[in-house]
Design a protein around this ligand. Structure first.
Ligand SMILES: NC(=O)c1ccc[n+]([C@@H]2O[C@H](COP(=O)([O-])OP(=O)(O)OC[C@H]3O[C@@H](n4cnc5c(N)ncnc54)[C@H](O)[C@@H]3O)[C@@H](O)[C@H]2O)c1
Length: 486
């Protein structure tokens, strides 16, 4: 198995660059408004000389540059792996990560305080009583003092629903509670997440651990990721640097924002990408598809034949279809009392009804073992003032995801179905947010900054890896642990 390569280099991408760090070929008028309009930006301010001193003195949140994907190493530094009692998953992780050449430890380095640990993995799968959680405290607390910036804390546990006693269920849920709290305490771009692995599903957890250790998970923190029995056989990619090689992927809404980043990321990970967007975005779509070596298809997804046209395009131009990512979306905000029917209908139609309709044509077209990813929103989980229509559509996406994943016809094809729920991501869609609401939206999360389109794209791509077969019917929040809705 070759080594998945990523580097912890603090790659600073400016808004003038594409998510892959290349100069932006042609930024749209709306995007220029978002990124180039002079406006106060707290994150930028806090990283400057004066801002840094002021925020430190006033103990204000200090956003750190995040460790994002680049192409050298999976994780740079020592990974501490420990756990309670038998800790069978820890043993497996030691073997897997050791085989990748990652330096491992089972205790924090001496002297304490040296920033030499890159990650801590704590296996709590054997706990049976609440007081066993003390072991987690005893492992993590000293390790935190040695954790390098942008470190990773990962706790592993079995599902409380599968516990054989009430005390065991309580202890298991306690892991998630502690890790969510820790995620809110961490600084310097470090994240903490819990992986809940069902009995007999340990083999399906490797792609989750790789993802969480890597820079791909930069904006995922304070989350519980559930891993169940794999949907179909686990097939490690021939090359982990291009896990999507030989896959044909569709991205709707590919002309800008999260869709564009998704198209670029899937292509970087090896897929041939069909970029879909409205006819008005034809020029951007053509540029993008040429750059990433895919193809472009202009259509409005609310067209009743959109799904059939996408399926036909994939069949005729690429011989089939493996991955569908539904990123296109819109909003038309206003308090419910003022929300006219047209604005209600537009948002519901683009974000939900058209997607439901496209499923009918696209699911049968997807080859066995494929993947579907929808884009919801944390607004769909928590609601948001002035967004009743948007929240209704995005909450619908979450239920659609779990319902579709459970359908016999979908399971029979071994297709996984998941969603991502982004928090505040800097795109055209959020460009018109009033300055105060924008700064609040950006900072009310544990990483104290807005996410980038690439942060969502990385999660979408990971959900489409051939090895990501144990995560199914889930909605993964990509929000830096937003204080509302996460
Ligand atoms: N930006 C955020 O903070 C955020 C947060 C949560 C969820 N989201 C969701 O992420 C997705 C992408 O949003 P974004 O921020 O990149 O916005 P964006 O406006 O930059 O991109 C949306 C894309 O969808 C396309 N699109 C819209 N209606 C379409 C239609 N009828 N047919 C085909 N294409 C259509 C647009 O042309 C555009 O290219 C949306 O579903 C959005 O609801 C965004």
């Amino acid at each position: 198995m070759s080594r998945l390569t990523e580097s912890p280099a603090r790659v600073r991408r400016s808004p003038e660059h594409t998510p892959l760090g290349r100069p932006h070929p042609e930024r749209s008028h709306e995007e220029r408004l978002h990124f180039e309009r002079p406006h106060f930006d707290y994150a930028h301010f806090a990283q400057g000389h004066l801002g840094s001193r002021l925020t430190k003195a006033l103990r204000l949140p200090r956003p750190a540059p995040l460790r994002r994907y680049s192409s050298d190493t999976l994780i740079d530094g020592v990974v501490l792996i420990d756990g309670y009692a038998e800790a069978v998953v820890a043993a497996r992780m030691r073997d897997n990560l050791g085989a990748l050449g990652i330096p491992l430890a089972d205790a924090p380095p001496e002297p304490p305080g040296v920033s030499s640990l890159a990650a801590v993995i704590v296996d709590m799968t054997s706990i049976t009583e609440p007081h066993h959680l003390e072991t987690m405290r005893a492992i993590i607390a000293p390790a935190l003092r040695c954790l390098a910036p942008c470190g990773r804390v990962i706790a592993i546990v079995r599902p409380p629903q599968e516990a054989s006693t009430v005390a065991m269920a309580a202890a298991r849920r306690g892991v998630d509670g502690a890790i969510r709290s820790l995620a809110k305490e961490l600084e310097a771009g470090t994240t903490a997440n819990t992986v809940e692995i069902a009995d007999m599903a340990d083999g399906a957890a490797e792609s989750v651990i790789r993802f969480l250790l890597s820079g791909r998970s930069a904006y995922v923190s304070g989350q519980l990721i559930r891993v169940g029995a794999p949907v179909g056989p686990l097939t490690p990619p021939l090359d982990w640097t291009t896990p999507l090689a030989q896959c044909v992927a569709v991205v709707t809404g590919a002309a800008s924002g999260i869709g564009e980043a998704t198209a670029r990321t899937l292509a970087r990970d090896g897929a041939v990408v069909v970029c879909v967007d409205v006819p008005a975005r034809e020029a951007e779509l053509a540029l993008l598809s040429t750059e990433i070596g895919g193809s472009a298809l202009t259509l409005d997804i609310t067209d009743p034949h959109a799904g059939a046209r996408i399926a036909a395009h994939c069949r005729e131009h690429h011989g089939g279809l493996d991955i569908v990512t539904h990123v296109a979306g819109t909003k038309a905000d206003g308090p419910l009392s003022d929300l006219d029917l047209a604005r209600w209908r537009t948002v519901m139609e683009v974000n939900l009804t058209s997607v439901l309709r496209m499923n009918d044509a696209l699911i049968p077209a997807i080859r066995e073992g494929g993947h579907v990813v929808f884009v919801s929103s944390t607004t769909g989980l928590a609601g948001n003032r002035g967004q009743a229509n948007y929240a209704a559509s995005k909450a619908g996406v979450i239920a659609m995801t779990s319902a579709l994943a459970g359908q016999d016809s979908v399971r029979a094809k071994q297709v996984t179905v998941n969603a991502v729920a982004p928090g505040y991501i800097a795109t055209t869609m959020t460009a018109d947010t009033p300055v105060l609401a924008r700064e609040v939206g950006k900072f009310l999360n544990s990483l104290h900054q807005a996410g980038l389109p690439t942060d969502v794209a990385e999660v979408i791509s990971w959900l489409c890896w051939p090895e990501t077969r144990g995560v199914n019917g889930e909605t993964i929040r990509v929000c830096g642990q937003l204080l509302t809705g996460a």
